[in-house]
Design a protein around this ligand. Structure first.
Ligand SMILES: Cc1ncc(COP(=O)(O)O)c(C=O)c1O
Length: 399
C-alpha cells in the first residue's frame, strides 16, 4: 500500500468491472452496450474503468460533459463515444475532430454543431435527444418535427450524420410505474417522425440500468448502463446486484486513527448527539464529509470494525467520525470497512444509501479526491503475479 492510501482507500476491482460488463451484455443480448463513465466513472476512475469496459467488449462509452469525452480520447480511447450535456459555445469542433458523437436537444445546438462542422470541414456525428417525459434535457415533442427536419437538411448538406435518436427514463427504477409505458409510446412516436424526416440512425436507445435489467422491450439497439457496471443496485425495487450477477466494484476502507477508552456519559462528536452508555472503547475513522461520507449518515452509517458492524456514533465531521466498539478490542491502524462487495461481511453501498436517505449512485460518486483509488485486478493470470494491486490514484496512469 502506498503512503497516500494508508489513511483511507477505495479499492477498485477492475475484474468486477469486466465481469459486470459481460453480465450486462448477456442480459441485453440484442442490443449494444454503452458503459456510462461520466463523473469519473461514478467515482471509480474513468480512464481505468473505460479501459476495462472496452476489454470486456463494450462498443460504446457515454459521458455527460464533452470534457469527460475528450479526456478519454486524450487517454487513447478510440471506440464509439457519446456525450450529452452541452451548453452554448461547445467545444463542438474538438468533439467532431475527435470523432465523438454529440447529443443535440434543440435548434441552438444543431446550429452550433453545423457551424463547427463547416469550420472543421468534417461531418459531425449527431444523436438527437427527445424528451419523452423526463422533463429534463431533450427536445420537446412539439419541436421534434422541426428539429428532425433541420437535422436531415444539414445531413443532406454533408455537415453531419444523425447516428442516433435517444431518450431517458424518469422512473425506470420503479418497475411498473405508468410513466414507463407512456415514455415508450412517445419514444416510438418520435422514432416514426425521425424516419418520416428521412433519418436512418444507427442506434435508437432509451434504457438505463434499471430498464436494461427489468424491461427488455426498452432495449432497442443500445442500452446505456452506469450503475450496473459498478455493481450497485439502481433501487431496492429493482433488486440486489447479486440478483443480476453483478459484483460491487468499490471497497471503501480506512485505518483507525485512534482507539481509546472513554467513561460512560461521554459526549461524542459535534453537538454531542451521542453519549456513551457506559465505559467503552471509541474508535476514530479518518473519513468525513469532505471525503464524501454523507453527514446525513450521522448516527446511522454502518461500518465493519473488529469483525462486527458498528454504527457511526454522533455526527460525521469534515474529516472523521467515531464508532463505539462497546467492550471490543481494536488498535490504531486496524481496518474499518465502510462498504464493499460483502466478502468479509462488510456493509454495501446500498446499506449506506439507506442509512443516509439517498441512493447508491450518490454514495459511490461522491467519494472525494482525497481518497486514493487503488486498482485491484483479481483476473491477472497467475504467471504474471496473480492478484495485482496498483496504487494509481484517481484516473492517473492512463493510455
Ligand atoms: C442520459 C443518461 N443515460 C444513462 C445513464 C446511466 O444510468 P444508470 O446509472 O442508471 O445506468 C445516465 C445516468 O444518470 C444518464 O444521465
Amino acid at each position: 500500500m502506498n503512503e497516500t492510501a494508508k489513511r483511507a482507500r477505495a479499492a477498485i476491482d477492475l475484474a468486477a468491472v469486466r465481469s459486470n460488463v459481460r453480465a450486462l451484455r448477456n442480459l441485453a443480448p440484442g442490443a449494444q452496450l454503452m458503459v456510462v463513465v461520466k463523473s469519473d466513472a461514478y467515482g471509480h476512475g474513468a480512464i481505468r474503468c473505460a479501459r476495462a469496459a472496452r476489454e470486456a467488449g463494450a462498443p460504446w462509452l457515454g459521458t455527460a460533459l464533452p470534457e469527460e469525452a475528450l479526456e478519454l480520447r486524450a487517454a487513447g480511447d478510440t471506440g464509439r463515444l457519446l456525450c450529452w450535456l452541452w451548453t452554448p459555445g461547445g467545444p463542438w469542433a474538438r468533439a467532431i475532430e475527435q470523432d465523438v458523437d454529440v447529443s443535440v436537444s434543440g435548434m441552438w445546438a444543431l446550429r452550433e454543431v453545423a457551424d463547427a462542422a463547416r469550420a472543421c470541414g468534417r461531418a459531425a456525428r449527431v444523436q438527437l435527444k427527445i424528451d419523452t417525459g423526463l422533463g429534463r434535457n431533450g427536445c420537446q415533442p412539439a419541436d421534434w418535427t422541426e428539429l428532425t427536419a433541420a437535422a436531415r437538411a444539414a445531413e443532406a448538406e454533408g455537415l453531419l450524420t444523425v447516428t442516433g435518436v435517444w431518450s431517458h427514463f424518469a422512473c425506470a427504477d420503479e418497475p411498473g410505474h405508468p410513466s414507463i409505458a407512456a415514455q415508450l409510446t412517445e419514444f416510438r412516436r418520435a422514432l416514426a417522425v425521425a424516419e418520416a424526416a428521412g433519418l436512418r440512425p444507427e442506434v435508437r436507445h432509451i434504457a438505463n440500468t434499471p430498464a436494461l435489467l427489468t424491461l427488455p422491450e426498452a432495449h432497442f439497439d443500445l442500452v446505456r448502463s452506469g450503475i450496473g457496471v459498478y455493481g450497485v443496485s439502481p433501487s431496492p425495487e429493482v433488486g440486489t446486484p447479486a440478483d443480476f450477477g453483478l459484483r460491487p466494484v468499490m471497497t471503501l476502507a480506512a485505518s483507525l486513527a485512534s482507539v481509546k477508552r472513554a467513561p460512560g456519559g461521554h459526549g461524542v462528536s459535534y453537538g454531542h448527539h451521542y453519549t456513551t452508555p457506559g465505559e467503552t472503547t471509541l474508535a476514530l475513522v479518518p473519513l468525513g464529509y469532505a471525503d464524501g461520507i454523507p453527514r446525513h449518515a450521522s448516527g446511522t452509517g454502518p461500518v465493519l470494525v473488529a469483525g462486527k458492524w458498528r454504527t457511526v456514533a454522533g455526527r460525521v465531521a469534515m474529516d472523521q467520525f467515531v464508532v463505539d466498539l462497546g467492550g471490543d478490542h481494536a488498535e490504531a491502524g486496524d481496518e474499518a470497512v465502510l462498504f464493499g462487495p460483502g466478502d468479509r461481511g462488510e456493509p454495501s453501498a446500498e446499506d449506506w444509501a439507506r442509512a443516509a436517505g439517498t441512493i447508491g449512485y450518490e454514495i459511490v460518486t461522491r467519494i472525494g479526491k482525497r481518497v486514493p483509488r487503488v486498482y485491484v485486478d483479481s483476473e491477472v493470470p497467475a504467471q504474471t503475479g496473480g492478484r495485482r494491486e496498483d496504487d494509481t490514484a484517481r484516473t492517473g496512469g492512463v493510455a
